[in-house]
Design a protein around this ligand. Sequence first.
Ligand SMILES: Cc1ncc(COP(=O)(O)O)c(C=O)c1O
Length: 358
Amino acid sequence: MEIRIQPVDPAKRHPKPADETKLVFGRVFSDHMFMMDWREDQGWQDARIVPYDDLQLDPAAMVLHYGQGIFEGLKAYRWHDGTIHLFRPEKNWERFNRSALRMCMPEIDLAMQFKAVENLLSIDQDWVPHSVGSSLYIRPTMIASEAHLGVRPASEYLYYVITGPVAAYYAEGFNPVKIYVSDEFVRAVRGGVGEAKTMANYASSLFAAEYAKKKGFTQVLWLDAVERRFVEEVGTMNIFFRIHDELVTPALSGSILSGITRDSVIHLAKHWGITVRERSIDIHEVIDAVKSGAIKEMFGTGTAAVVSPVGSISFKEESYTVQDGGVGEWSQKFYDEIVGIQYGEKPDKFGWVYDVKM
Ligand SMILES: Cc1ncc(COP(=O)(O)O)c(C=O)c1O
């Protein structure tokens, strides 16, 4: 499918941020967006790149009532030589299609997802920041656009991709987080939509996250919804433990998002000869192992921060410091390796880097 291009009126360009090292995440957007529509009888049509603007949606658009919406999150990195690269983007496209399937939405073939993002990056290439650590965040989104009240899958969808520059997550070095174990509120339930990147999962996380924040914690550690015992995720990240010298992470149980950073950490660990166990982890085992020192490190993983070390964990009104509350050796090593590959400073041994054609 050809992509129609309508460039922004130069007078209406978004102002470029004065200091790209001080950008607040998700506030500044590039000049253009990619869009295309899906109708039951026609499939995907009218691919276009247009100036970033408000969406025109009927107030009865089904996404606004029944939450049929999915998205992805990935970044474009500018290397020292000026070239632009993505990190394992096909994993995002595949996950997008798995989310679509789960939410009864149409899939988009991988080549079209590549083409949409590549063309958008080409037209907005000036928006990819130059300073090391900063990047252009890419947010592919699909929403049910059909105007209809009544619960069933929509027959019309809008797919769009917006982008915006973001600063390095750790401008002043790693900042170990204080996490709060939520045994009252849950994020997702097995059989539900936890492994889809759909809007409802984020809405359902807000109450516990606000509660934790008010109590002085940075993130919520989510437990399974049935027994409230098994660790699932931390905030909007996957979670890892270094127990003695093994790397342990919850197995993908059906309610956990399959993170691309998670997969990369597992891959690297195995490559480095570390034993990796994907299994159930009881919160009581975690607390005992923190107390005994068997847990040497705990960290979250995700596209935004790559690795986020956990400094302390609070469970049933008691707080426990993880080792000395600082940054563990493995956390640093995984972070350095992945960021090194993303910015072309370390060899891409696994073919994870995608060179964007301009
Ligand atoms: C709920 C949730 N878990 C985990 C992750 C980490 O996934 P990834 O490493 O692909 O960014 C994310 C972020 O996308 C998320 O939203």
